[in-house]
Design a protein around this ligand. Structure first.
Ligand code: GAL
Length: 810
């Protein structure tokens, strides 16, 4: 979005801030030196309290992720209606069992460089959880109810001309306000923008590409501005910074310039070729440059057509998407670009090409990364409209705030080429009743008014009701959440000529945990509160991945799917909502630590069409199960393979159409366990052996092994290396059942940030430097400091040879 080349330095402020500077505008990130106190109500007005004893924190900050987990925090006696429940029972861990409920204050001080009467000062929040009330120098500047949205205030009239300004933000999270862990605090960035009175408005630039052909693209740039006698110069740069178009204009329409420029032989944006251009907008009064902003954009076309489905740049494709909640596992909701980049890197390897920000506004960081790395984006807004799912959810604000929330979502994010669809809601109870139909239309029209270039969907689970009421017919894109048996009927009844699987699967599994006998089933529960990783377990409303694959492959009018979910998230521990301890989801394709579960390879075998997948499950350490039936599955894009246990053939399996599982998995159901080696040999179309993979029975845990996702970090105090910690036997074989308690220490120019083992039942705190392995693995997050240099991570555990890993930062 609009920004200048970053220059990081210490400005004349009371604290150190990251600062983006230019003569015409200065953007200061208020990230350091915040004072934080929990438990004080709003009446404790900012000038009347002494913050010397408050905790010093940096922002982004999530106050609740430090725990402790406590079942009493979010205990509810309720029937989860969306899950089809009719009788109220005690539920725990629904919102992560972390202490997010309560009120808190954040304070900071800043001075505005060169402030005078010709300046304008904007205070921007990219999200604040929740119900932020903002005060400057003792006066209330404004408030914004929805914790997920971007908002800003013009604080020019509140700024002290010389000296320091006292900023105070009051936040309040009430119980029963969410169906998952919402996080708490100033969890996204806070920025101060100092510019001239004559300047480009905040989010005032809107770039679209109304004409795209092979040899030419017409780029339209609308720029909202403030001031008199203005002219604008807009330059378009290619990805190397070369100017490819320029336009000067003094034709202003009201308060808006409207420029049209041609780009010859444009390079189109797609997930495979995420090419980005930059528009540099310079605002002049006479010859004097008053403002300059840069806006990144892409050139691409999107179309949704009956029978044909979705096409990007003229090519039909189906969404290979995942839904993601906003928490980042062990660091909670505090936004962190390295953590987001790692998620997307893992998803890219799986072949995923689309993300749905369920069920709220995405972060700018996530959108920037999707633009750069190549992911299409379904940007959602709400989980509730006027009718509640949870007592204190968005229903409290819908009538007064929905329009301005949609407007801010669109204005803040509309230049991201990754966004190809908006969603105005997820499974809103307003699907029932005629008022809901009106709300669907009203909201969709706001989206169209603010952005005529993208269609709107709603994730619908009440498919029958929306067929009858006309709700589904209104939507640009009818999105179905689950309800596979209704796809055909919905396709016939809805007028759009295609269906999107806006939410699919909701299969449950725990990484590295397998249950016997291996039988497909809904709502399965076990005494250890884990779900089986044979990927055959689901909920009453959901299904296994293969059932979606059938529709995706056989129905040309199904335009893709968004799997629930790419990663496990805090809260919603179905099928163990009623059990304690369990505090995070089992739905993820990868676990809460980002470690792939077996399902990752099932999706990879379908979605990643450039790399081969040949993955064997379960692990082969089953002491005590000798001679017992232990089915072996192989997830692969090869059609057939032969399995060997200790050299003995278990026969050849070939994918076939007898059941959805047989169509997408190779399965040897009658294998009897004996320790040793399991080998799979895959065949090409002509039956020739071309690939093989093996797993073996490990001996006793011997040594700790460390593997970093990135060895070199940026010395900016926030970059992260994710180090996968595993235990191997003396021959180097992974020990898949190890559960040892490990300890972590980081020396040099780095700090220990957090650890996570992906066990949904663990009550160990992420930020303490000790944790048990879960299924032989966990992940340690090492954070850079602002000084460059060497970093060393040591991981030790009783009876194990320690692991040491050298990292760098610069
Ligand atoms: C859906 C809902 C999601 C999540 C999921 C679990 O119905 O939209 O938010 O609750 O079920 O299966």
């Amino acid at each position: 979005m609009s920004s200048k080349k970053p220059i990081f330095f210490t400005v004349l402020l009371l604290f150190t801030f990251a600062c983006i500077n230019a003569q015409e505008r200065t953007t200061i990130e208020l990230n350091k030196g915040w004072k934080f106190s929990k438990g004080m109500n709003e009446k404790a007005f900012e000038n009347n309290f002494n913050d010397s004893k408050w905790q010093t924190v940096s922002v982004p900050h999530d106050w609740a992720i430090y725990g402790p987990f406590d079942k009493e925090i979010d205990k509810q006696v309720t029937a989860i209606v969306q899950n089809g429940e009719k009788v109220a029972t005690e539920k725990t861990g629904r919102t992560g069992a972390l202490p997010y409920i309560g009120e808190a204050w954040y304070r900071n001080q800043f001075s505005v460089p060169n402030f005078d009467k010709n300046k304008k000062v904007i205070l921007l929040f990219e999200g604040a959880m929740s119900e932020p009330k903002v005060f400057l120098n003792g006066k209330k500047v404004g408030e914004w109810n929805y914790g997920y949205n971007f908002f800003y205030f013009d604080i020019t009239d509140y700024v002290a001309a010389n000296g320091k300004n006292n900023l105070a933000v009051h936040l309040s999270n009430v119980g029963e306000s969410s169906r998952w862990y919402p996080g708490a605090g100033l969890y996204r960035k806070v920025k101060l923008i100092v510019k001239n009175k004559e300047s480009i408005d905040q989010w005032g630039t809107f770039v679209t590409t109304p004409v795209v052909a092979d040899d030419l693209a017409k780029v339209n740039i609308k720029t909202k501005v403030n001031g008199d006698n203005l002219s604008i110069v807009t330059k378009i740069l290619d990805s190397f910074g070369n100017e490819v178009a320029v336009n000067k204009s003094n034709a202003i329409f009201g308060n808006e310039f409207d420029q049209n420029m041609a780009i010859i032989n444009p390079k189109l944006w797609s997930p495979e070729t995420p090419y980005l251009y930059t528009a540099v907008s310079q605002l002049y009064v006479g010859d004097v440059l008053k403002d300059e902003t840069t806006t990144r954009f892409g050139i691409r076309t999107i179309k949704f057509e009956p029978n044909k489905g979705f096409s990007l740049n003229g090519k039909v494709r189906k969404f290979k998407g995942v839904c993601l909640h906003h928490d980042l596992g062990p660091i909670g909701t505090a936004i962190n670009k390295a953590a987001l980049r790692r998620q997307l890197t893992i998803l890219k390897d799986m072949g995923c090409d689309a993300i749905r920000s369920s069920h709220n506004m995405p972060s700018l960081e996530q959108l920037e990364l999707c633009d750069e790395m190549g992911f299409m984006f379904l940007a959602e807004s709400f989980d509730e409209w006027a009718k509640p799912k949870v007592k204190n959810g968005y229903n409290r604000f819908f009538k007064t705030d929905a329009e301005k929330d949609v407007v801010n979502l669109i204005h803040a994010t509309r230049n991201h080429p990754s966004i190809v669809m908006w969603s105005s809601g997820n499974e809103v109870p307003d699907q029932w009743g005629s008022e809901g139909v009106k709300r669907a239309k009203w909201l969709q029209e706001i989206f169209h008014r603010e952005d005529p270039t993208r269609p709107v969907t709603v994730g619908m689970d009440q498919v029958k009701a929306t067929m009858e009421s006309g709700f589904g017919a209104i939507m640009d894109i009818p999105g179905l959440n689950y309800r596979l048996p209704l796809y055909d009927e919905a396709f016939k009844k809805f007028p759009q000529g295609f269906i999107l699987g806006s939410e699919t699967a909701s299969t449950v599994s725990s990484r590295g945990i397998y249950k016997f006998p291996v039988v497909k089933g809904a709502n399965k529960q076990y005494p250890d509160f884990q779900s089986s990783s044979y990927d055959l377990e689901y909920c009453s409303w959901s299904n296994v991945p293969d059932d979606d694959f059938v529709l995706q492959d056989d129905k040309p009018w199904v335009i893709g799917e968004f799997v629930w979910t790419g990663f496990d998230y805090l809260g919603e521990p179905t099928p163990y909502d009623e059990m304690w301890p369990s505090r995070s989801s089992y739905f993820g394709i990868s676990d809460l630590a980002g470690l792939p579960k077996d399902r990752f390879y099932l999706y990879r075998s379908r979605w990643n069409t450039t790399d081969m997948t040949l993955h064997i499950l379960p692990h082969w350490n089953w002491e005590g199960r000798e001679g017992e039936t232990t089915p072996v599955f192989v997830y692969t894009n090869y059609d057939s393979a032969e399995l060997f246990v200790n050299g003995k053939s278990m026969g050849i399996q070939k994918k076939n159409n007898t059941t959805p599982q047989n169509r997408y998995r190779l399965m040897w159901m009658d294998v009897k366990y004996e320790p040793g080696t399991v080998k799979v040999v895959a065949f090409d179309k002509d039956g020739k052996a071309i690939d093989e993979e093996r797993i073996g029975t490990a001996e006793k845990p011997y040594q700790i092994k460390l593997e970093a996702d990135r060895g070199t970090l940026e010395a900016n105090g926030e970059d992260l290396s994710f180090v996968t910690v595993s235990v191997v036997d003396k021959n180097g074989n992974p020990c898949p059942t190890a559960t040892q308690q490990l300890n972590f220490s980081v020396t040099g120019k780095g700090t220990y940030r957090a650890a996570c083992n992906g066990d949904a039942t663990s009550l160990e705190l992420f930020h303490l430097p000790t944790m048990k392995l879960f299924s032989g693995k966990l992940v340690v997050l090492v954070q850079s400091t602002s000084e460059a240099g060497k970093i060393e991570l040591t991981v030790s555990g009783k009876g194990l040879k320690s692991g040491k890993l050298a990292l760098n930062s610069n």
